[in-house]
Design a binder for this molecule. Structure first.
Ligand code: IPT
Length: 987
């Protein structure tokens, strides 16, 4: 029990008192509404009962804010979280409750925000009828008074609550008082992996309810794909008429009408505008006709199986937390559509309802999840779990009802999800039963129900590729009911930091097996909090005693909504059109780029939409010579239907590429000229290899301190390159370390499998370079070394062999591992330092963005231009990033570097060690400033730029929560040879 009777509702397991029954939500109607968003007064107390009598009795006695002594109260913006507005601190935990687990009790230290808002009714407010006060989201428990009269209490943070307030309203001088407790029994049900952020974080609205107004209603709009007819029936609590002008519909509520319609799908989001009119109110309807069902073991919409290319979306804004404005929601939806995403799971609570309006309008399949997670009970083997305790069932049912009633009129919602990570139990079964009864026309999802007793789909999280394949091939066994069900991955591909890796490999499985109906990447956006001290803050930055660090930054968008390379990769992997370009390999010699016959190439186009043909896209070919587009034109592609595949000929090849590598690129563009999909042929030829024996071999000459050789000079003692083509360099030497990524580091529960852990244990971050010899022999300078960590007998025997002509030096590196290598290498290549003035970069190879062995689908070959800063990906926790794949040559800092074979190219203003040591973005800026200071350098322009030329990179994988990289992406320590040629870049 709480210390005060006035606060006993805080720990009561029941959801609340006084609220109206839940009903359909709408943004607009003919009835007036009045927003109470804006500036409120705020007083935060350390306990639930501080100022208890004062707040309550003041409410009772005073009708104007002047009646309160609010002089020392703060101002707070509603919607908002007070902890993000300078009062108290946010807390981040993944699944641990940040308080002792003793349900339903919460700590005595229970930050409580008393919110006050005075308001006059607008002049046009009609005093006929009644009014309701709607709260769209308050975390975690509220008690509400209007003009001194208590309206009630409620829990269920991301759910709407309405109160009847008509008789209490006055024309002027109303006072709304809302007491919000951070902790309540409801907190036990809201253990989602996110920040704990108390406050009135969604809209507060006063709704006029005229006589005869609309109550609750339920739009049933199905589609019969066999006839092309839609059937509409709007059930309404209050009788009225339903009109849909475009369909000539004008029927009473409750009556079914069947007419030919265009169906709604996420690809073709056809909405019909209609209206529900009762005697006292008209509410606009946006009707989408569609039917969702599991048939023959597959999720079908309008009779067609669908493939979810989805993301999990938490609501996030780096300054406002979960208080999202409409523009931000629209931005999310537009970014999703632009990146070929077709589905959202609203992890792990119903989103702001306006988000679902946008999903209807733009077209996204939605799994709408109830606001329920009790993950922290896993620590006690789920003992005392509210999901399996009858006392809590009313609270669970309340959450189900408030979700379904609020959102049931959205065509985009195709599945209800009971919640996330809440174990199993009777409460969950009761929710599923209630939902099926209320809305038999949608599917029920819950990943925690491993036997699928209560669900319509078998849902898995972070299954490794091999398991997905078994599930696809129906070799998974398990209970009979489950074997019959379709499979989705409600979470996969953990987008924490650099990654996720392996997306393309998952997509191949999703496309190969009909039972696997796609998945939802975890997750949409990093929940970093903008913070001057750090760049972005994450768990632990606010002094939390329990926290889970940067596990909260695991999205495809950086916190400011900049797409990360992971999103570019996802877009490519899930593109709804597959374009395979097969151009005959050209000759590198006299026959020209296309072989003697000059045969035109072929493009195979596959329509991977589920519903649409390709008539909304235009196609364009382009022809590149050594990465530069020299010709382009339109390509006519027939309007292939869903699933169809066709071949189109490329035009006759343009003039020969004079032995240079050539390629064809074909792009599919939508009506706004946005690229939807692309394909590129292989390069016709390798770059002509810089001749092994240089043109006129130069001979190294040993001086007192320097060895001069072609355009280069080396340290005579160490054999290290000092300058080449007039550019001073910190000579290249072998480098195997990378600042471990979140996916290298792995999740704490993954033990010894974690690579970052194993690498550090072996000592790959502290390799020593022993110099065994500097030899001059005729036309070569050879430097022999052994690179190895202290305390271990493993090592890499490394030989650098330099040759030169008048203009170029060539470095051939040979690496032979010694000893018993049990770990893969993070990277294998050389690192060199260039003067800080190095900035502009140009390269012929993969781009525009970063790529690693299992994240390279979006990398396309061209000549790219960038600069050192733009080549960085500012992951919230700094880590390896920014490599460009398949680079044939690169220019930076006045040098041109050619690779044999292609290499991974990375350039940054800090070393891997500095990157590795940084915990926040601001550490990097500070780190380099210090380094520059220590070197006596003046200003940023003098900082060394570190360039990595890598022969190999270890894959990325998804081990920050899921499986590591597939074996084929492992960089095994094995003998290797690779070479680079350096010369001054021609201006
Ligand atoms: C899974 C959770 O459902 C999700 O909320 C998030 O925490 C994610 O992991 C990791 O970021 S649960 C997983 C640990 C099995």
């Amino acid at each position: 029990m709480s210390s005060s009777d006035h606060t006993s509702y805080v720990e009561d397991v029941l959801p609340g008192t006084g609220a109206l029954p839940p009903r359909a939500w709408y943004a607009r109607s003919s009835a007036t509404s009045f927003s109470l968003n804006g500036s409120w007064r705020l007083r935060v107390s350390p306990t639930a009962d501080a100022h208890d009598s004062a707040f309550a009795s003041a409410s009772a006695s005073a009708l104007t804010p002047d009646g309160y002594d609010t002089d020392d109260w703060a101002e707070v913006t509603v919607p908002g979280h007070w902890v993000l507005q300078g009062h108290g601190e946010p807390i981040y935990t993944n699944h641990l409750y940040p308080f002792p687990v003793d349900p339903p009790h919460v700590p005595t230290e229970n930050p409580t925000g008393d919110h006050l808002r005075a308001f006059d009714l607008p002049a046009d407010w009609l005093a006929d009828g009644s009014a309701t006060l709607r709260f769209d989201g308050v975390e975690s428990c509220a008690r509400v008074w209007l003009n001194g009269t208590e309206l009630g209490t409620f829990k269920g943070s991301r759910l709407p609550h309405e109160f009847a307030v008509g008789p209490l309203l006055r024309a002027a001088g109303n006072v709304l008082a809302v007491r919000v407790h951070q902790w309540s029994s409801g907190s036990y049900l809201e253990d989602q992996d996110q920040w704990w952020l108390p406050g009135i974080f969604r809209d507060v609205t006063l709704l006029h309810r005229p006589e005869g107004c609309v109550g609750d209603w339920f739009t049933h709009a199905s589609y019969d794909h066999t006839t092309g007819d839609g059937t509409l029936r709007v059930d309404s609590e209050v009788d009225g008429r339903v009109t849909v002008p475009d369909l000539g519909i004008d029927v009473p509520t409750g009556m079914s009408v069947t007419v030919p319609v265009e169906p709604w799908t996420a690809e073709t989001p056809r909405l019909y505008d209609g209206e529900l009119a009762t005697e006292g109110e008209r509410v606009p309807l946006r009707i989408g006709f569609r039917t969702v069902a599991v048939e023959g073991g597959l999720i079908k919409v309008n009779g067609t199986p669908v493939l979810f290319r989805g993301v999990n979306r938490h609501e996030w804004h780096p300054e406002h937390g979960r208080a999202l404005d409409l523009a931000t929601m629209r931005r999310d939806v537009e970014l999703m559509k632009r990146h070929n995403i077709n589905a959202v799971r609203t992890s792990h609570y119903p989103p702001h309802p306006a988000f679902l309006d946008l999903c209807d309008e733009y077209g996204l399949w939605v799994i709408d999840e109830c606001d329920l997670e009790t993950h922290g009970f896993i620590e006690q083997g789920w003992h005392d779990n509210p999901s399996d305790d009858d006392r809590w069932t009313p609270a669970l049912l309340d959450r189900a009802a408030r979700t379904v009633e609020r959102d049931k009129n959205h065509p985009s919602v195709v599945m209800w999800s009971l919640g996330n990570e809440a174990g199993t139990g009777r409460g969950l079964t009761a929710m599923a039963e209630w939902i099926r009864e209320r809305d038999p026309d949608r599917l029920v999802h819950y990943e925690g129900d491993v036997n699928c007793r209560d669900t319509d789909v078998y849902s898995r999280m972070y299954a490794e590729h091999a398991e997905v394949e078994r599930l696809g091939a129906r070799l998974d066994g398990g209970p009979a009911r489950r074997r019959e069900l379709p499979v989705i991955l409600c979470e996969y591909a953990h987008a924490m930091g650099n990654g996720p890796g392996g997306l393309a490999d998952y997509q191949r499985l999703f496309e190969a097996y009909e039972r696997i109906q796609g998945g939802f990447v975890w997750e949409w956006i990093d929940h970093g909090i903008a913070d001057e001290r750090y760049g972005y803050a994450y768990g632990g930055d606010f002094g939390e005693e329990l926290h889970d660090g940067n596990f909260v930054c695991d999205g495809l968008l950086l916190p400011d909504r900049t797409p990360s390379p992971g999103l570019a990769e996802f877009k490519k992997v899930i593109e709804p059109v597959r374009i395979d370009v097969d151009a005959p390999a050209g000759g590198t010699g006299t026959a020209g780029a296309f072989g003697a016959a000059g045969a035109p190439g072929t493009v195979r186009v596959t329509n991977r939409y589920d519903f649409r043909d390709l008539s909304h896209l235009s196609f364009e070919w382009s022809f590149q010579v050594e990465g530069e587009t020299v010709r382009s034109g339109a390509l006519t592609v027939p309007p292939l239907g869903p699933g169809e595949c066709g071949e189109v000929k490329l035009p006759a090849p343009p003039e020969d590429g004079r032995g240079a590598p050539t390629s064809w690129t074909v792009r599919a563009l939508d009506a706004d000229d946005h690229e939807v999909a692309w394909g590129q042929s292989a390069q016709s030829a390798a770059l002509p290899a810089p001749r092994r024996g240089p043109r006129r071999a130069d001979q190294p000459v040993r001086g007192r301190q320097l060895i001069t050789f072609g355009p280069a000079a080396f340290d005579a003692r160490t054999g290290a390159l000092r300058t080449v083509g007039g550019v001073d360099v910190v000579g290249p030497r072998l480098d195997v370390w990378r600042a471990t990524t979140d996916n290298d580091d792995g999740a704490s529960w993954q033990g010894d499998e974690r690579l970052g852990f194993a690498w550090r244990a072996v000592g790959l971050h502290r390799m020593r370079h022993r110099l065994d010899g500097v030899e001059l022999s005729g036309d070569a300078l050879t430097v022999r070394t052994r690179v190895a960590p202290a305390g271990r007998d493993i090592g890499l025997r490394t030989v650098y062999r330099w040759t030169a002509d008048a203009e170029r030096v060539r470095l051939a590196v040979s690496v032979v591992p010694e000893g018993d290598w049990r770990v893969p290498l993070p990277r294998l290549g050389v690192r060199l330092g260039l003067p800080g003035g190095a900035d502009a970069t140009r390269w012929f190879g993969g781009g525009p963005g970063e790529a690693y062995p299992d994240t390279r689908a979006a990398s396309r070959i061209a000549v790219w231009h960038s600069d050192v800063d733009a080549m960085q990906t500012p992951y919230v926790r700094p880590q390896e990033n920014g490599a460009r794949a398949d680079v044939r040559w690169a220019e930076i800092g006045g040098l041109r570097i050619e690779g044999e074979p292609e290499f991974w190219f990375t350039a940054r203003r800090w070393t891997s060690e500095q990157l590795d040591a940084a915990e926040h973005l601001n550490d990097l800026a500070a780190g380099t400033a210090e380094a520059a200071g220590a070197a006596g350098a003046a200003g940023a322009a003098d900082r060394t730029v570190w360039v990595h030329l890598d022969h190999g990179q270890q894959g990325i994988g998804s081990q920050s929560c899921g499986p590591g990289p597939l074996p084929c992406y492992r960089l095994t320590a094995a003998p290797a040879e690779f070479a680079f040629t350096f010369r001054a870049a021609r201006p």
